[in-house]
Write a protein that binds this ligand. Structure first.
Ligand SMILES: [Zn+2]
Ligand SMILES: [Zn+2]
Length: 348
């Protein structure tokens, strides 16, 4: 197999040195180094990714894409595929910091209301003791003080393992979305009914007895098709969602056109969180759907619910090894899985 060219190297180095890159930025770099636009050279782009990943696999890295569930944007990043969090995070973080990170991630994904965030106070109150399997608590964990926790949160946000939302809460960072896809799956984090990816920040069906949750951008994709009824795909309950004229899309979409969505003007709060919707096309092949979207991050984050109480209702669960193996970020078609709301507890 031919060695990678300087073009491949430039792409890898851009992602490594600048951290996860927004899709548009990554595509621009691709166009700059190859002289080819992505729209007309999608196959070439995919070949580049494949070639890059073939080489990166030797050193247990992988270039992949994922969607940030808070802003709906797709990001490209390189992740460490070694199935052990110590080797992923251990070069930079201490043992108690890693335990703390795991505790925060668990608390966020176990939230039944799918806000995708916890408050700073909730994060600081996470008990590291619960992260160790044995009865013997290592002294390093016992001595991990509030100020250590504050400092760790700050570092995790800086490094994009976590993010700070505009309403002052803490959510998953882009790196965690990139890195934890398999872990979400293995721990049965409830999935979005449309794209089948973990629904960490999602809207819930208004029917309390129904377990359907849908990403806001997937809702928009689904409901902006004028033909589709605005009802829950699981139970048929009316879904409180209004499609604006700008969002309404006729069934026969133009495959090559990139739809730049204006910032979503409609924002309605419900008891469980915001009903913000922002993206279309999630049922399309990832190559195409990645092009669309786009919304204003601040508005999105501002739309998150303030209510925090239910996060506490879950028991602690031990994190599985943070494995990450998939190449593709693409969601398959409509979900066939239905998790119950109570099953958001992570499995031991
Ligand atoms: Zn989805
Ligand atoms: Zn429903």
């Amino acid at each position: 197999m031919p060695p990678l060219s300087w073009r491949h190297h430039t792409l890898i180095q851009a992602v490594l040195s600048r951290g996860p890159l927004k899709e548009n930025d990554f595509h621009s770099i691709f166009s700059d180094v190859t002289g080819k636009t992505l729209d007309s050279h999608k196959r070439l782009f995919n070949e580049y990714l494949k070639e890059i990943n073939r080489e990166l696999a030797y050193v247990q890295f992988e270039l992949r894409a994922c969607r940030n569930q808070y802003d709906g944007f797709v990001y490209y990043g390189v992740i460490n595929t070694v199935a052990d969090e110590q080797s992923k995070l251990g070069t930079k973080y201490s043992v108690p910091q890693i335990a703390f990170y795991k505790g925060i991630i668990e608390a966020i994904v176990q939230d039944t209301t799918a806000r995708g965030t916890i408050s700073n106070i909730e994060a600081l109150n996470i008990r590291l003791e619960n992260q160790v399997g044995s009865s013997e608590i290592p002294p390093a964990l016992k001595n991990f003080s509030m100020s250590h926790k504050e400092k760790a949160i700050h570092e995790f946000i800086q490094d994009q393992w976590l993010c700070a939302t505009s309403d002052g809460n803490i959510g998953l960072g882009v790196r965690s979305f990139l890195d934890l896809r398999s872990w979400f799956h293995n721990n049965e984090v409830p999935k979005c009914d449309v794209c089948n990816e973990a629904g960490i920040k999602a809207d819930l069906c208004p029917n309390e007895n129904c377990t359907v949750r849908i990403h806001e951008y997937c809702l928009k994709a689904k409901f902006s098709l004028t033909r589709n009824e605005k009802v829950c795909p699981g139970c048929g309950t009316q879904w409180p969602y209004v499609v604006t004229k700008a969002e309404a899309v006729e069934e026969e979409e133009d495959d090559t056109e990139v739809h730049q969505q204006p910032p979503e003007p409609l924002r309605r709060k419900t008891s469980r969180g915001s009903r913000q919707v922002q993206e279309e096309g999630l049922n399309e092949p990832s190559s195409r759907r990645l092009k669309r979207s786009r919304n204003n991050e601040d508005q999105e984050l501002a739309g998150q619910s303030q209510s925090q109480s239910s996060t506490q209702t879950f028991r602690k669960a031990k994190l599985e090894k943070l494995t990450a193996v998939e190449v593709d970020n693409g969601g398959p078609g409509p979900s066939t899985r239905r998790a119950t709301r109570t099953s958001t507890r992570l499995h031991r």
